[in-house]
Design a protein around this ligand. Structure first.
Ligand SMILES: Cc1cc2nc3c(=O)[nH]c(=O)nc-3n(C[C@H](O)[C@H](O)[C@H](O)COP(=O)(O)OP(=O)(O)OC[C@H]3O[C@@H](n4cnc5c(N)ncnc54)[C@H](O)[C@@H]3O)c2cc1C
Length: 316
């Protein structure tokens, strides 16, 4: 049936699916290499969010080695890395009212040693990367989802975008637009963790044969505007302990620029208690007195949740 629909088809040398940091960096690097070799390479990137960054809700501690290699003059080009990490705090929470800071030799645990890193908004960073990619000639199409893979035999030839303008009942609305073929000599999938096309590719090409299974966690994240007197730009805090309820869950709490904090809670998805609610764990964690005191005069401005890949938990 869908084969009878007439579709537009666009051809590129490279089609990239996903406008997160990996898709955008890939697009930039391909264009840089093409320029170094005096070659014309057409690159398009599609992103299902309404704009680049729309699906990237992340306050982030960012380690800049890869950026230094990709765009060495990122400071001159206005990369939004304005808050160097100035202080690491690691807290063990015993209960809603009791916690203590863990003095630790930070060189032993790199996650807790953020000297030289930056607290930033990953969404703003992606917007900036997109502007760098467009300056190099990458065509970026936000608002389009790659919904199917185009194969020729067993070779990937591109993707089909999703149809748009279908009502809840499956009827075509006046705004209906059929899917579009984006064909590429190379198609690069940068959908992030557990992308639906990625899962099909893993299955189709048996990419997980004889491999350890991937482990996942769920990460809740929120962005808050807080009172200036509670804001300590550059402070990077991680907590462990309460209310973990038998899981190796942990939290992060980063003070970025503009009186904002980025906070979140990660629960590994191999928990054994079927009654555990990761979302409620996160809400409970925010009631801890040290966390609550920073948030209570503030306002939540954005929130979301996302799967993330993780290493195997060490069982308690
Ligand atoms: C709670 C949490 C906290 C984190 N904290 C940190 C941190 O402090 N520091 C750090 O370095 N990393 C952190 N990470 C990890 C970091 O966010 C990821 O490593 C990074 O975002 C991966 O980049 P990516 O480009 O591969 O995928 P993503 O960032 O997931 O981007 C994928 C993009 O592809 C789009 N997309 C997906 N499927 C399709 C499709 N079919 N068609 C079109 N578009 C599609 C999505 O909308 C998205 O924009 C954190 C992650 C989470 C969940």
């Amino acid at each position: 049936m869908s084969d009878q629909i007439e579709r537009d088809c666009m051809e590129y040398d490279v089609v990239i699916v996903g406008g997160g940091p990996s898709g955008l960096s890939t697009a930039i690097r391909i264009k840089q290499l093409a320029a170094e070799n005096n070659e014309e390479v057409s690159v398009c990137l599609i992103e299902k969010g309404s704009e680049i960054g729309a699906h990237i809700l992340s306050g982030n501690v960012f380690e800049p080695t890869a950026l230094n290699e990709l765009i060495p003059d990122w400071k001159d080009k206005g990369a939004p890395l304005n808050s160097p990490a100035t202080k690491d705090v690691v807290k063990f929470i015993i209960s809603e009212n009791l916690s203590f800071n863990i003095p630790f030799p930070s060189f032993l645990i790199p996650t807790f040693n953020n000297h030289g890193n930056y607290v930033m908004s990953l969404a703003n960073f992606c917007r900036w990367l997109a502007s760098q990619a467009e300056n190099l000639g990458v065509e970026i199409f936000p608002g389009f989802t790659a919904s199917e893979i185009i194969y020729d035999g067993n070779v990937v030839k591109g993707i089909l975008t999703g149809e748009m303008g279908i009502s809840k009942d499956g009827e075509k609305k006046p705004s209906y637009q059929p899917s579009m073929e984006l064909r590429g000599k190379y198609t690069i999938f940068a959908e992030g963790c557990r992308g639906h096309l990625g899962k099909q590719l893993i299955k189709n090409y048996n990419l997980d044969n004889d491999k350890d299974p991937q482990h996942y966690g769920i990460g809740f994240k929120e962005i808050w505007d807080i009172a200036p007197e509670d804001h300590k730009e550059g402070t990077v805090m991680h907590t462990m302990g309460w209310p973990s309820n038998g899981t190796i869950s942990g939290s992060y709490f980063y003070h970025g620029e503009n009186n904002q904090v980025y906070l979140g809670y990660v629960v590994p998805l191999d928990y054994e208690n079927p009654h555990l609610s990761p979302f409620d764990e996160f809400q409970q964690w925010k009631q801890q007195k040290d966390i609550k005191k920073v948030l209570e005069k503030g306002k939540r401005v954005a929130y979301g949740a996302r799967a993330l890949i993780k290493r195997l938990s060490i069982k308690a």
